[in-house]
Structure formats: C-alpha cells, structure tokens
Design a protein around this ligand. Structure first.
Ligand SMILES: C[C@@H]1N[C@@H](C#Cc2ccccc2)[C@H](O)[C@@H]1O
Length: 438
C-alpha cells in the first residue's frame, strides 16, 4: 500500500449515531428543481434528447437564452409544506435537494454571486423553505451541491496554464464560501451530496478536497459526505490509490443497483434513481419507459436487501407542482410502505442465499428476517435457506402475525413455505422469527 497524505482517513464504515441513522433510512427522495425546470427539456418545439437539467449544454440552446431565463423563475404554486407532506406520506426518511446544479443558479440567496433566487421574480429563499418544511415533517435534509458551475467564469475543466490555476484558486475559495454559508444558514442539514466533481481541475485538487472536507466536518460535526466529493493526491476518486473508499458512503450508484453484496465492498451506499429512464429535472415528455410503483418498490427492496438505501428522484415543474405520475407513485408507494415499512426501515443485508421469489432484509439487532415477495412460483412453494446456525422458529405474513405459515423442511437446511400461487397485485412480506441453532 502507498503512504497517502490525501487518501481515505478511515477504513470501514463510520460507527457514529448519525451514520447509523443514515444506514437505516431505507427510502429517500431526491428533488431536482431550478432554471432548467422552466424548459422541461424543450426549446422552440424541439426536444433535447439528454437529461433535461443539462439543457444548457445542448448545442441548440444559446447560453444567453438559458442564462437570462431565471428572470422568469417565479414558482407561484410552490408550497414546501405540501412537498414535505407528500414525501411523508410516501414514507421517505431523507430528502436530497438541489441547492445549485451545474448551471450555477443558486436556490438560496448566496452572498458570493448574483445568480441566485434573490434576483429572480420569486426572490424568497427556497432552500430555507425546503429545509424547514421537511425537517418539520421529521424528514432529514441533505443538500445537493454541484462543484462544476457553468456560470462562474473561474470554473475550469482542466488546469493547463498559470491563468487556469489562478482562476481555479478563486473558484475553490468561492466553493468553500458557498458551502460555509449553506451549513451556517441551514444547520438542520445532515449531509452534503456533491456532484460535478469528475473533471481534471477537481481531480488535480486532491489536497484541497481533503482539507475542505475536514473543514466542513469541523464546521458541522456529524456531517455526512459521500465518496463523490474527494480526490486523492493522484487524482483517484471514490476510492484512493490503495482502494479504500474516500467518503462516508459509496456514491457511485446513479441509476444503477448492485447485483450482489460483493459489489458494495462492505461499504455503506445508496442508489439514486430516476422515474423515467434518464432525466432528473422536469421533462415535458418522459422519453421511453418510466417505472411503475411496483418496479420502484422492487428496487427499494433490492437496495435494502444489499445493505443500501434507495433514493427516488422527483423533478417538479417550474411552477412548483409535480407531474400526476409522480404524485400517483408517491401515493401508491406510501400506501405500501404504511403496511410494509418494517421490512425496509432499519434493515440490513442478511447473508442468506438469494432466492427467485424476492429479497431478504433483516431488522438490525433483532432476530427477525423479512421476505419481500415479488415473484410467487406457480407451485406456491417459496424456498428459504437460512444462513448457517440459524433456525426459523416461525413464519407468518406481516399482515397476519397470529397465523403461522406451514414450513416444510427440505434437505440441506432448506425449507418450503407454501402460499397461494395466484391473486397477488403487489409485493407482500413474510416475517421469519429466527434463533441460533443448527
Ligand atoms: C444526480 C445526477 N448527476 C448528474 C449527472 C451526470 C452525468 C454526468 C456525466 C455523464 C453522465 C451523467 C445529473 O444531472 C443529476 O444531477
């Protein structure tokens, strides 16, 4: 292993209370909202075929048109309390909200640029309203912050000249100042979700990213920052030159979910996911397939079964309203969570052999394993194979705790649980009460 000055400063998971809370969230919400929401992926009747929040980078989008659009940003229907109540009803336990995306527009009245909500017709501090409303509903708030800032003239993709370096020094100070004001003005914030850190300029600033992360954590003890923030002194991101994760959790699962537990390398992690195939900001047209509630519930179960959290993105319209599809998904997912959240909240990876019917989760610190069943075979026989030295005492539907299901012992430590083979409209949960033994 190499001796690194600016690699990971901890091997293994954080063991403090704040991180234990994060680990148990299970389900979260992402919200992408900003100037890009005004366009919804469209300009003059033509549709941008990329992610709508990247429309400023579209060759058909004159930068002047985009950069003056904030003068139309005036979300008359924005109601942070309604957003927070929709999220509460859905059963999310944390929200990640865009304070500033790649375009550089700040949804808080930053002192360090004029390109902020304070100079829009709306004027009011959106970040404050979101932080206050979600915190009031008991939902923890994390602030998304894009380091890459297309609006700031000192931003550089690479550092090739002395001028580049001089400009980027100014940019690094600007970034530190903005992060300081976010943490000081919104102290309820539990963590920062960084993005736009993939360019050479940032990869060449490993020492700075290390110092800045330590500064932010001193300013805000317990702060949670994922692996997308740092670079080590060799420009490695996420994991340092010794292969050790830099950050409090693995933050690479964007629109993808690990297949096996081995894929997460024993780290904490979350998956952030769009409802359409791609696109985080509001899109007038959802291109291609978009996920049903049952697909979203399956992704949630899959993530929790592998020790992670699932974070679903919503892209409100410029006026502050959500698409009907998003409202429906939040309601339907929430109705399922109301009945079944015991199998999602404060649950972890069981280590039991994965079966085709669905996913196992395990309540942290309890002798309870949950089967979240998505695929009942035509036989109606659900095979289970508990981990070594684990016996199943009894099995019952989460919704019918008093009625034990029949457990038929098989060879090799396996058993069948027999259920009806038809009539399921949505996933259901079976509780296995376990004890040690062979
Ligand atoms: C959380 C998501 N990260 C951002 C991105 C990206 C990206 C950048 C380069 C190549 C592919 C995807 C998206 O705009 C959204 O904010």
């Amino acid at each position: 292993t190499k001796v690194l000055q600016h690699g990971a400063h901890r091997v293994g998971k954080r063991t403090d209370a704040e991180m234990a809370t994060w680990r148990g969230y299970g389900l979260g919400q992402f919200i992408h909202w900003g100037v890009y929401s005004l366009f919804g992926g469209e300009l003059n009747g033509n549709y941008y075929n990329g992610a709508a929040e990247w429309i400023r980078s579209w060759k058909d989008m004159p930068h002047g048109v985009y950069d003056s659009a904030y003068k139309q940003f005036n979300p008359a229907s924005f109601n942070a309390t309604q957003w927070a109540k929709m999220a509460k009803q859905m059963g999310v336990r944390y929200v990640t909200f865009t304070t500033k995306h790649h375009d550089g527009f700040c949804l808080w009245p930053s002192k360090y640029t004029d390109y902020t909500i304070a100079n829009s017709p709306y004027k009011k501090d959106i970040v404050k309203q979101v932080v206050d409303a979600y915190s009031k509903e008991g939902i923890d708030v994390y602030l998304y912050f894009s380091v890459m800032d297309w609006h700031n003239p000192d931003w550089r993709y690479d550092l090739k000249t002395k001028e580049d370096s001089a400009a980027f020094e100014r940019f690094k100070l600007f970034t530190k100042n903005q992060l300081t004001e976010l943490l000081q003005q919104y102290p309820q914030t539990k963590g920062l979700w960084f993005d736009g850190t993939w360019d050479n300029s940032w990869k060449k600033s490993g020492a700075f990213t290390d110092t800045l992360e330590q500064y932010l954590k001193t300013l805000h003890p317990g702060l949670i920052i994922g692996s997308r923030f740092r670079a080590d002194e060799f420009g490695n991101r996420h994991v340092d030159a010794n292969g050790v994760l830099m950050g409090d959790y693995e933050q690479g699962w964007e629109r993808k979910i690990p297949k096996t537990y081995a894929d997460v390398h024993g780290n904490d992690w979350d998956c952030v996911m769009t409802i359409p195939e791609n696109g985080w900001g509001y899109q007038k047209k959802w291109l291609g397939h978009w996920k049903s509630t049952n697909e979203i519930l399956e992704m949630t179960a899959q993530c929790v079964s592998l020790g992670g959290n699932f974070v679903l993105n919503f892209g409100p319209r410029a006026d502050g309203t959500f698409r009907p599809e998003e409202v429906t998904i939040a309601k339907e997912a929430g109705d399922w969570m109301k009945i079944n959240s015991a199998a999602i909240y404060n649950c972890e990876y069981t280590g039991w052999e994965k079966q085709d019917w669905g996913y196992y989760t395990k309540k942290t610190g309890e002798n309870k394993v949950y089967m979240i069943v998505f695929n009942v075979p035509v036989s109606g026989s659900l095979k289970i194979k508990p981990a070594k030295n684990t016996l199943v005492d009894k099995a019952y539907l989460l919704t019918a705790p008093g009625k034990n299901l029949s457990l038929e012992k098989l060879d090799y430590g396996a058993s069948f649980i027999h259920v009806s083979s038809t009539g399921y409209k949505q996933p259901f949960v079976i509780v296995l009460e376990t004890k040690e033994g062979s």
